[in-house]
Design a binder for this molecule. Structure first.
Ligand SMILES: N[C@@H](CCC(=O)N[C@@H](CS)C(=O)NCC(=O)O)C(=O)O
Length: 221
């Protein structure tokens, strides 16, 4: 793939998956143009709608290369715009271990949290509470698993695929279903992630949109 042209990232400042890519771009000072996806920018929305099968964002454009799916975007950035081995190791087995955790944060934190959010968008006055309760139980199970995993994972000041995936997913999941005090490592790690400059920048840039959070944004973070 060609890596010459200026990068464009299509996304939204309040979107958790957009943050996942922004965190790497900010952390490694990769120049890019942000193309906001909203009703005022139909051209940007059009790019997103045609890039992948479900019209999801973010989407990265690098010249003729159009990439969707955040994990693939980050692997591409690692190879072509950061330095191979920065976001995920070059050793295949070590990379598999990192990808496995990336899947945990996307599939078992972000996407489960999103079930509760979507339910409150679908029926703000009468959300299906049984569906929400089931999602909350699943989130609790992931939280408990992560508390154990954190006995072995170091608190790092540099950003890898894991921090990119964990920062946004834990930020929003804790809004939907607070991490209990009985899981101090996970609570502390979330606070550490939010203190990383690229993550803090995403949090700050998203502040103007907090009123859109369907469950009501808590008065913290
Ligand atoms: N698996 C996708 C998920 C992307 C995703 O769900 N993006 C949300 C925004 S955070 C989206 O596009 N929502 C609008 C929609 O689903 O139509 C990825 O990793 O890029």
């Amino acid at each position: 793939m060609n890596s010459e042209p200026v990068l464009e990232l299509f996304g939204h400042p309040f979107s958790s998956y957009t943050w996942k890519v922004l965190i790497a771009l900010y952390a490694y000072e990769v120049p890019f143009t942000f193309k906001v996806v909203d009703p005022e920018h139909p051209d940007n929305a059009e790019v997103v709608q045609t890039a992948g099968p479900q019209g999801k964002f973010p989407v990265l454009r690098d010249g003729e290369n159009l990439l969707f799916e955040t994990t693939s975007i980050l692997e591409y950035l690692d190879r072509h715009h950061i330095a191979p081995g920065t976001l995920l190791p070059e050793d295949p087995d070590a990379a598999t271990a990192i990808r496995m955790l990336d899947r945990v944060f996307d599939n078992y934190v972000m996407n489960i949290m999103q079930i509760v959010v979507d339910e409150h968008i679908r029926a703000p006055d009468n959300p299906d509470m049984a569906r929400c309760a089931e999602a909350r139980t699943r989130l609790e199970r992931t939280y408990a698993w992560l508390e154990g995993w954190l006995r072995f994972y170091p608190q790092m000041d540099h950003v890898t695929l894991i921090e990119c995936a964990a920062g946004p997913s834990l930020f929003y999941a804790d809004w939907v279903h607070p991490i209990p005090e009985s899981l101090p490592r996970l609570r502390q790690w979330r606070a550490h992630l939010l203190s990383l400059p690229p993550v803090a920048r995403c949090v700050d840039d998203a502040r103007p949109f907090r009123s859109y959070f369907p469950l009501g944004a808590p008065d913290r973070d």
